[in-house]
Write a protein that binds this ligand. Sequence first.
Ligand SMILES: Nc1nc2c(ncn2[C@@H]2O[C@H](COP(=O)(O)OP(=O)(O)OP(=O)(O)O)[C@@H](O)[C@H]2O)c(=O)[nH]1
Ligand SMILES: [Mg+2]
Length: 370
Amino acid sequence: MSNTTRKKVLLMGKSGSGKTSMRSVIFSNYTARDTRRLGATIDVEQSAVRFLGGLVLNLWDCGGQSAFVDNYLSSQRDTIFSNVAVLIYVFDITSTDWEADLAYFEDILLALRTNSEDAGVWVLVNKMDLVDKEDPKRKKYGERKDDLLAVDQRVRKEVEEDGKGNVKGVLRCFPTSIWDESLYKAWSSIIHTLIPNINLITSHLTYLRNLNQAVEAVLFEAETFLVIAKSGSPLDCDTNDLDEVEVNKGAKGLDQQRFEKISEIVKGFRKICQRNHEQYQGFEAKFDGCTVVLEPLTRNTYILIVSSDPRIETGALLFNIHQAQNHMSEFGARSVLERKCGLCRHNSELKYDVKGDDDPSVSAWDDAPF
Ligand SMILES: Nc1nc2c(ncn2[C@@H]2O[C@H](COP(=O)(O)OP(=O)(O)OP(=O)(O)O)[C@@H](O)[C@H]2O)c(=O)[nH]1
Ligand SMILES: [Mg+2]
C-alpha cells in the first residue's frame, strides 16, 4: 500500500499579487529580493513538492492575467477546479481596483465551491509591508477581510440554494508580506491542515513537552523550515484566535512571531553553510532563562524544545529526542495508524488531548526513518 497522500493546491489571484514570489521564497530558497526578477506566469505552472514523507503537494500556480483567468473559468473550468484540497487566493493590498478584484474572486470561489465543496480557502492579503507605515492599525486590511467574508457568505448561499452542493470548506484570511515572517505564519497554517494524522502528532509533541518539563515542543519541516505542528494548541485557527490560545496556554511573554523568525534565521544560516560547503545539523544553547535544542527528529523534520527550568540540561533534552527518534521511526514504518498509537497506548501518561483524525486509514505521517 502506498504511503503517499497527494493534495492539489491552487494558487490564484490577480497578476502581480505575489503568487510565484511566495512559492519561490517558501519552496525554492529565494530571498524576497530575488523575486523582483520573476516574470509573469504563463497559464499554469505545476510543481510537486514532497512535504513530509507521506504528503505530496501538487501546486498549481495559475498565472493571473485576465486572459488566463477567463480560460480557467470557461474551457478549463473542470480541469482546474475539481479535486482541489486547498485554494490559496492572493490579493495585493495596494491594488486600486478592489471592486474588480473582488468580482474576480467571487467567480473563482463559485467555480471552486461547485466543483470541490470540501476545499479549504486561504485568502492572503499580500504586500502588507507597503501599507503598514501609513496604516499601522491595519484598518484597510480589516475592511478587506470583511468584504471577503461577505463574498464567502454570498457564494455559500448561492451554491446551497441552487442545490449544487453543501459547502463544508472554510475560508480564512491572513495579512502577508514576502518581506517578513507573516509569510511563514500563513503557509505553516495552510500546510498544518493538510498533514495526515496531524492531531496525533500534536498529541505526541504535547507528551514530549510535558516529559521534558518544557515550555513547548515544535516540529519544523526540514526543507522549508515551516512549522507543521506544535505542542498544545492546533495552529489551524485565525491569527487572532491563535494568539489568544497561546496567551491562555501560558506562552505569554514569548515572542509571538518566534517560529517564523526561527524559520527565516535557520534558512538563512543554512544557505551560508551551503556556500561554505558545510552542512547545517542542529543547534543547542543554554541561556540564563532557558535551554533550547533544535535537532533532526526524522529525515523530514526538525524538533525544537524550549525549557525554562534551569535544572534541565541540554543533554537530557537530547536524550529524550533520541528516544523519540526510535519511537518515530517505528511509528513511521506503519502505513496505517490506529486512532491511538499502538506503540505507546499502554503508556497511561500519554494523553490524547485533541480530537482524532476522522479517517483512520490515512497514511503514516513520515515514512522515512531517520
Ligand atoms: N513589496 C512587496 N512586493 C512583493 C510582495 N510579494 C511579491 N512582490 C513583488 O511583486 C512582483 C510580482 O510578483 P509575482 O510573484 O511575479 O506575481 P504573480 O502573482 O505570480 O503574477 P502572475 O504570475 O502574473 O500571475 C514581484 O516584483 C515581487 O517582488 C510583497 O509582499 N511585498
Ligand atoms: Mg506568477
